[in-house]
Design a protein around this ligand. Structure first.
Ligand code: AMP
Length: 416
């Protein structure tokens, strides 16, 4: 009987999944740098107000999902439920020069009902472009997301975009929507009745079928944009068309956070079930000002790592891709040579391992198998005298003799 298990809603990443996580993160890092984003690392917890002020008092995150605790000095702190607020806080506190483009990879925490694709601890990969106002930046941020999924070989991904207006046009729209919601109030679920009072736009996020049916006739933000927001959205979608990526306008895409304005977008996987949103984001042109900074336009994107992995398990762990070389030895003298060989392989960039516990070849081969090695280089006494090594392909069982001077180039050409 195990004495300890992981907390509900959390995951262990063990090999080979941990290797896939690494691949996703590396892909993200490389792409972000190609688009001019630099890494930012912020604390795992912040003062609670940082999230309440940004996500919005009525958001699901703030009302139901935050891991909030009081520390020993009676401060209210909260584990990061999403990336953006901490980044904005850090940009201002560190007085970074604007415009700036930043990326992060960080664990986030939300107390929600765990299910496939929804966890209490999960990783977000995000980019934030602060200080850039053009809707063409919005198109580039969406393009970034598409390129990221492409690089990972995820083809089943749909791009949805929308505009939710600005300070000028949103109040008028909210009033229309509220009037509509009052008319259908009795048919709405209790959550939506509540949303109607606090943050009416959020009703579009409701998953309840009855609400969705009632909302079929509801006014949508895109039909009530001011002329500037309308022109902005047109330029955004024209920019997207120029990139050649496919997308869909979803007039009901509002996203669950208070700080968004104008552009919102989402990446949806056709390969996933209920939790099918791979990532999304939008503009947040007012947030920096609300945090006490100068009026600064900004846009961000966050991708969920676990859902990316679920949508298409990434290849690279098949036996034929085994890259590890195990160096085997048969006695004390050969061990000395084997240690030099293993270090030489590593310095040449070839992953290599040696086991020290037993001189028995059978035992060492067994350990090579457990480690998932693709090749074994055997340092034997008789072969050493002839200046060769026996090299065994552990995937096929084939064995050949390779001269010591050619070992590196032989392995490099054989390991895929
Ligand atoms: P959001 O900040 O809610 O827009 O989330 C951005 C992305 O993070 C989503 O599209 C998901 O891929 C991922 N995500 C959000 N919440 C969770 C969760 N509880 N578990 C796993 N992934 C999540």
């Amino acid at each position: 009987m195990l004495k300890h298990t992981r907390p509900k809603g959390t995951q262990d990443f063990v090999p080979p999944q941990s290797g896939q996580k690494w691949l996703v993160e590396t892909t993200f890092r490389e792409l972000a740098q190609l688009y001019g984003y630099q890494e930012i690392v912020t604390p795992t917890f912040e003062h609670t107000e940082v999230f309440v002020k940004s996500s919005g008092v009525a958001s699901d995150i703030v009302t139901k999902e935050m891991y909030t605790f009081t520390d020993r000095a009676e401060r209210s702190l909260t584990l990061k439920p999403e990336g953006t607020p901490g980044v904005v806080r850090a940009v201002l506190e560190n007085q970074l020069r604007l415009p700036c483009r930043l990326f992060y990879i960080a664990p986030c925490f939300r107390y929600s009902r765990p299910q496939k694709g929804r966890y209490r601890e999960f990783y977000q990969l995000g980019i934030e472009a602060l200080g850039e106002a053009s809707p063409l930046v919005d198109a580039e941020v969406v393009l970034f997301g598409v390129r990221f999924f492409e690089r990972l070989g995820l083809s089943d991904c749909l791009v949805k975009v929308n505009s939710i207006g600005c300070r000028l046009c949103r109040p008028g729209f909210k009033e229309r929507l509220t009037n509509f919601l009052q008319e259908v109030n009795d048919g709405l679920c209790p959550d939506c009745q509540n949303r109607q009072k606090l943050s009416p736009l959020r009703v579009f996020d409701c998953k309840n079928e009855r609400c969705q049916n009632l909302l079929a006739q509801a006014p949508v933000p895109k039909d009530h944009l001011c002329s500037e927001c309308g022109a902005n959205f047109d330029r955004f979608t024209a920019g997207l068309r120029r990139t050649g990526i496919g997308f869909e306008i979803d007039a009901r895409l509002v996203r669950g956070l208070d700080y968004y304005n104008r552009t919102t977008f989402e990446f949806v996987s056709r390969a996933l079930g209920a939790q099918n949103s791979l990532g999304g984001g939008g503009r947040y042109d007012y947030l920096i000002e609300e945090f006490g900074g100068p009026a600064t336009p900004a846009i961000g994107l966050a991708i969920g790592l676990e859902r990316t992995l679920l949508a298409q398990p990434i290849k690279g762990n098949e036996p034929s891709h085994r890259k590890l070389v195990f160096v085997l030895w048969t006695g004390e003298k050969e061990l000395e040579v084997a240690q030099r060989v293993v270090e030489q392989l590593r310095s040449e960039g070839i992953p290599a391992q040696i086991a020290f516990d037993s001189p028995k070849l059978k035992r060492q081969l067994h350990l090579a198998d457990i480690a998932g090695a693709g090749y074994a280089v055997i340092v034997g006494a008789e072969e050493l005298n002839r200046g060769v090594y026996a090299v065994k392909n552990l995937m096929t069982g084939e064995q050949s003799e390779i001269s010591a001077s050619e070992l590196i180039s032989w392995l490099k050409s054989h390991i895929r």
